[in-house]
Ligand binder design. Structure first.
Ligand SMILES: CC(C)[C@H](C(=O)O)[C@@H](O)C(=O)O
Ligand code: SF4
Length: 467
């Protein structure tokens, strides 16, 4: 029987099939961060259950930490306690912790791939909703709650219901100035925040195949924003060359064997899906959100929708969003004045994102009224940016190039957009107050963020890519 990639990974990991499509699934890797792991360790300790396989776990500090240069001296007491608890838990349980100055501290979904932990055909979980990022490598990776983290740490498996599978393909020509972020935002705007509920998305087709791993990670990362449990992309040579030589990658003598194993995790030609969606991206412009969820997005040259443009079901959310965002119905989104700009997060805080921003910023200054945070996803990206001299370009332009962490993606650490200020952001969520109480967020690609930081208003980056 022909199978899709999800069915293949599922069967390969299922050790017991129960009624109603439930299976006991082996979990290959557990990623941990300071916010959602403490309770899991505590419960296991209380019940005297040891961690089954500490070498299949990796931890880092990302959410709550400071991104300032003197981040090691943690002033915030709550953050200090959470970091100390994680240090202690990982030490007692012999789990690798990528702490400050380890060379790989960073956002959990950035360092997994970077270390070569994220590999095709694996099942990977983390107490974090953006775990789908790892699906870019053909892994079945999804966010879970702390109870499931506890269960998986103790037993190495999880009881799960087999999800439906949706195939998504982007078709057409990618226009200049349009990036992976714009494509995934277009999908979410098209199918809505619940458009993929109950499904795992497999992204396929020529456009996806031509993408770099960084671009594929951006795509898979935001799958959760349209309700999908996970998003994945079949592995190919781009995947294998990215993994090769990384700390957790198979060594030379096992390499060929692993490639042939990994290559088996591809959907069979003619296999079936529960749903198939094609998104036409011809002549598409960069995307930007006007509202307070990621589906409330339009192409940058379009007007903010009017009430009559909305679905009846979306009307309440529409009105709440417009009122919160203090925007004018039916007006252009372009030229909306901004105060802050942010490049970072597990969606767009990778080296390619910083390179695009630096390419635009070179020999330019950001607008005097804009505060621009550029936050690398990991220590290794920070180092690479310094090697390439990107840090100098950022500094000369007037941007603040900071230490790695989740930073302004969520208002859980010292980095916050002040009340009443408007930020254009390369992150993945624009919920009310997400970047700080009373702040306004517009999601966009790193190129659009940078163009807007220069102009002091929401601006298209297309002009920077015309020759
Ligand atoms: C703090 C954490 C539980 C949360 C998540 O799961 O997504 C965070 O990473 C986010 O992006 O909102
Ligand atoms: S960068 Fe943002 S989305 Fe990603 S894990 Fe951190 S808080 Fe969550």
């Amino acid at each position: 029987m022909k199978k899709n990639i999800v069915e293949k990974i599922w069967e390969n990991h299922s050790i017991d099939n129960l009624e109603d499509d439930f299976s006991v699934l082996v979990i290959d890797f557990i990623l941990l961060h300071e916010v959602t792991s403490a309770q899991a360790f505590k419960e296991l300790e209380e019940r005297k259950i040891p961690i089954l396989s500490p070498n299949q776990c990796v931890a880092t500090v990302d959410h709550i930490i400071s991104t300032s240069k003197n981040r090691k001296q943690i002033d915030n007491n709550e953050a200090k306690t959470q970091v100390e608890i994680l240090r202690n838990n990982t030490k007692i349980n012999r789990i690798s912790l990528y702490d400050f100055e380890s060379g790989h501290q960073g956002i959990v979904h950035v360092i997994g791939p970077e270390l070569g932990i994220t590999q095709p055909g694996l099942t990977i979980i983390c107490g974090d909703s953006h775990t789908a990022t790892h699906g870019a490598f053909g892994a079945l990776a999804f966010g879970v709650g702390t109870t499931e983290v506890t269960h998986a740490l103790g037993t190495g498996c999880l009881l799960l219901k087999k999800p439906l599978v949706m195939k998504v393909e982007f078709q057409g020509e990618v226009s200049k100035g349009v990036f992976a972020k714009d494509l995934i935002m277009k999908l979410i705007a098209t199918i809505g925040i619940g458009g993929a509920t109950g499904h795992i998305i497999e992204y396929g087709g020529d456009i996806i195949q031509k993408m770099t791993m960084e671009e594929r990670m951006t795509i898979c990362n935001m799958s959760i924003e349209c309700g999908a449990k996970a998003g994945l992309i079949a592995p190919d040579n781009t995947t294998y060359s990215y993994i090769k030589g990384r700390p957790y990658a198979p060594l030379n003598k096992d390499w060929e064997q692993m490639i042939s194993y990994w290559s088996s995790f591809k959907s069979d030609q003619g296999c079936s899906y529960d749903k198939e969606i094609i998104i036409d991206i011809s002549n598409m412009k960069p995307m930007v959100t006007w509202g307070t969820n990621p589906s409330q997005a339009i192409e940058i040259d379009k007007n903010i929708p009017l009430e009559k443009d909305m679905n009846l079901n979306d009307l309440i959310m529409y009105n709440q969003a417009i009122d919160y965002m203090k925007l004018n119905r039916g007006f252009p989104i372009e030229d909306t004045k901004i105060d802050w700009a942010f490049i970072g997060s597990c969606t767009n805080g990778r080296i390619e994102d910083l390179r695009i921003s630096a390419q635009i910023l070179k020999n330019k200054k950001i607008h005097p009224s804009v505060t621009f945070y550029i936050v690398p996803g990991s220590e290794s990206i920070l180092k690479q940016a310094q090697i390439e001299g990107l840090d100098k370009i950022f500094k000369e332009a007037g941007a603040d190039f900071r230490m790695p962490g989740c930073s302004l993606c969520l208002g859980m650490n010292d980095d916050k957009v002040p009340n009443g200020k408007r930020c254009i952001s390369s992150s993945n969520r624009n919920f009310m107050g997400r970047q700080g109480t009373g702040s306004f967020t517009h999601l966009a690609s790193p190129a659009t963020v940078t163009a807007s930081a220069i102009e002091g208003k929401i601006s298209s980056p297309i002009k920077y890519f015309l020759n």
